[in-house]
Design a protein around this ligand. Structure first.
Ligand code: ADP
Ligand code: G6P
Length: 342
């Protein structure tokens, strides 16, 4: 039986390797929807439920060792169950979802997940299996280049978890073949790719302090309007530093234009560098089209809500907020409902 008031559950997939900013991004998404989410294993609020696909690992940690597979391998994940359960949620039915416990490396007893207005499935493989991929109303892939991934891992695992550089490098290397085979190819199918690259503004930014970030929007995706700068369809390079935007070293550079991505037509928005004063992003926002904000300055306000979140001052913050706004747009398009502002 369908839960009252949920006519058309909307399902969004967010794919990324671990340590690539998913949690930070999802916090921004929850802010846009004003969702109050409980701290249960699977965060389930009145409106939005976030499911981590690690829960569909076939084996526990020991089992993976015995079978000699990594968690990234197709064989290590129960896609048949994933597809059946995501389909059930889309049909407005409750499920008993498995739980993979990262602390113990074993499965905990399954939990009841009620259907919800918006369900985000996040993890390594939301678009890997066609049965799951075809249920998605929007798919997002967060692509962090190897250099940047290494910097973030070093920053987190060395500084906060006491790992050695050798260990971090070895763990990254050991994941590479399976990552390339099972995770990375999903970006070719994604409606939106958040592409995080080293800066081109600083010659040798070894620590990747600055970033060049792209929001790649697949033209064939019809559920949302593509964001553009100034004039839709043009190719534009824009250095906004000057009277209306303060820029200290290394400044900011935007690029916008059509491109091709794995043979598909896309529109690319790019920001390289950092903003100095976050509230001045309103100047950039006023030159963006199709953001689907509900009032003037909403995008900047969202950035100002999370000033200390990683990436708020560079393109990751800007594009994460824009993608979250696109999620809201997709929700409204699919359901015909209009959400109020949070
Ligand atoms: P995930 O949920 O995918 O594991 P997190 O959002 O927890 O990733 O981010 C992991 C770490 O990566 C953060 O603690 C931070 O050090 C770094 N990080 C993530 N996003 C950014 C960013 N945009 N800019 C700089 N560092 C980032
Ligand atoms: C990687 C993957 C996770 C997976 C984990 C399992 O980090 O990115 O998605 O759940 O491996 O590792 P574990 O430490 O629990 O064996």
């Amino acid at each position: 039986m369908k839960q009252k008031g949920i006519e058309r559950p909307v399902i969004i997939g967010v794919a990324a390797d671990s340590g690539c900013g998913k949690s930070t991004f999802l916090r921004r998404v929850l802010n846009i929807f004003g969702a109050q989410v409980s701290k249960a294993h699977t965060p389930q609020g009145d409106f939005i439920t976030v499911i981590c696909l690690d829960d569909y690992h076939y084996h526990d940690r020991k089992g993976r060792k015995v079978a000699n597979v990594t968690a990234l391998d197709e064989k290590a994940n129960n896609f048949t169950l994933m597809a059946a359960q995501v389909k059930a949620l889309k049909e407005g039915k409750a499920i008993y979802k498995p739980i993979y416990n990262h602390d113990t490396g074993e499965h905990d007893p399954s939990e009841l997940i009620e259907p919800n207005h918006l369900v985000v499935i996040e993890g390594l493989h939301p678009m890997y299996d066609p049965r799951v991929a075809e249920l998605l109303d929007l798919s997002v892939y967060m692509d962090v280049s190897d250099e940047v991934k290494l910097s973030w891992k070093v920053q987190r695992d060395m500084a906060e978890r006491g790992h050695t550089l050798e260990n971090i490098l070895a763990s990254i290397e050991s994941r590479k073949p399976d990552f390339a085979q099972f995770v990375d190819p999903q970006k070719k199918k994604a409606d939106i790719v958040l592409n995080i690259l080293p800066t081109q503004l600083v010659p040798d930014d070894k620590e990747n302090k600055y970033l060049r970030v792209q929001m790649i929007q697949r033209e064939a995706a019809t559920n949302f309007a593509k964001v553009s700068i100034f004039d839709e369809g043009s190719t534009i390079d824009w250095v906004p530093c000057g009277r209306k935007l303060s820029c200290s070293y290394p400044g900011i550079k935007f690029h916008y234009g059509p491109d091709s991505y794995f043979g598909e037509d896309v529109t690319v928005l790019e920001m390289d560098g950092v903003v100095e004063k976050l509230d001045e992003m309103i100047y950039v926002e006023s030159h963006l089209n199709n953001t689907e904000t509900k009032f003037y300055g909403e995008m900047t306000q969202q950035l100002l809500k999370n000033p200390t979140a990683p990436g708020t001052f560079n393109g990751t913050g800007l594009f994460q907020v824009l993608i979250a706004l696109k999620m809201r747009e997709v929700y409204e398009k699919c359901t015909g409902r209009k959400l109020s502002v949070n």
